[in-house]
Design a protein around this ligand. Sequence first.
Ligand code: NAD
Ligand code: TDX
Length: 339
Amino acid sequence: MKLLVTGGAGFIGSNYIRHVLDEYPDYHIINLDKLTYAGNLETLRDIESSDRYSFIKGDICDKNVLDNAEFDAIIHFAAESHVDRSILDATPFLQTNVLGTYNLLEIARQRDCTFLHVSTDEVYGSIEEGLFTEGSPLMPNSPYAASKASSDMLVRSYVETHKLKAMMTRCSNNYGPYQFPEKLIPLFIINALNGKPVPVYGDGMNVRDWIYVLDHNKAVDAVLHKGTPGEVYNIGSRNERPNIDIVKLLLEKVAAKLGRDKDEMLGLINYVEDRKGHDRRYAIDPSKIESRLGWKPETDFEAGISETIEWYLSNQEWWKRVISGEYMEYYKTQYGEDL
Ligand code: NAD
Ligand code: TDX
């Protein structure tokens, strides 16, 4: 099998590539990535010399970008992925997430290859009670979510119209190593390590459903190998937590690891203005993938968080390079202060 992975220099895609190369000794991976601010080849240093891996620097919006590449399936992770950035400027979200996905669908149609679209629970909007199932209506609230829902609709249309062998996954919030520091968990770990305030939006009671990145990728892999074309699969860990609980857990664990005073660390909590259109609660029902494909999450949340904190402690060079330059400008615009 030769897999074309898009966005493989990002957080989830890089973890997916590592997982596939470890799991399937006869698989080859081509990684197509534009290397935006979120893409980083240092994340792939340990595998770049593998003769089963190759890299194309390119844009998924470019019609000719894959002209010289051969592959059996496309696993599509590439996206603009941060909600706050989509509120500041949605343009790249529409370009990459909508037009880029359309371009890849066309390429997949011409080659008649399998297409696995990696989407998100955010397309369902916010839910007060109960869980999102695959049949829940799409009610995206942020420009990011709207761009992902649009891409989901395009995938659906290619299945119906062109009989493309496409499948779709919708996963909850991921955490783990190599996540870009703009997202809640790495941002708060790094600020805590640096003794900087951690900016909690609103009342801190928004709920997210957290999953360890490798569990997500094992589910993507199950869909690739055992999924039914045309189907959507929700992926989640049944692990709902209000943000403030996560923040306290992170700060307490960082304090313990650094031998610092817990109450002093908790003093870094800074309630700030809420995110515009902030979804109150995401909650995924993963019963379908569990019962039909035999997947289930394996990582205990507290253990996964401890490992993640340990990783950011031991890989300071990685994130110190990542948070320079463009990210510092973004941070100032978003939070009104220097990093
Ligand atoms: P990320 O921002 O860490 O990585 C995105 C990658 O895509 C980067 O390497 C970037 O360079 C690349 N990219 C962006 N635009 C591109 C373009 N036009 N052409 C080629 N490459 C481009 O994102 P992530 O958190 O790893 O998310 C990966 C996918 O998973 C996304 O589709 C996202 O919507 C989805 N998802 C993420 C989460 C989460 O919690 N992070 C949850 C559910 C679903
Ligand atoms: O500084 C912050 N303060 C804060 O309170 C940040 C960055 C976030 N938050 C809150 C907002 C959310 O309620 O924490 C929660 C998680 O925020 P993010 O890490 O930005 O994730 P979220 O907006 O939930 O979206 C994530 O999950 C779904 C990913 O970024 C998406 O790519 C994925 O589709």
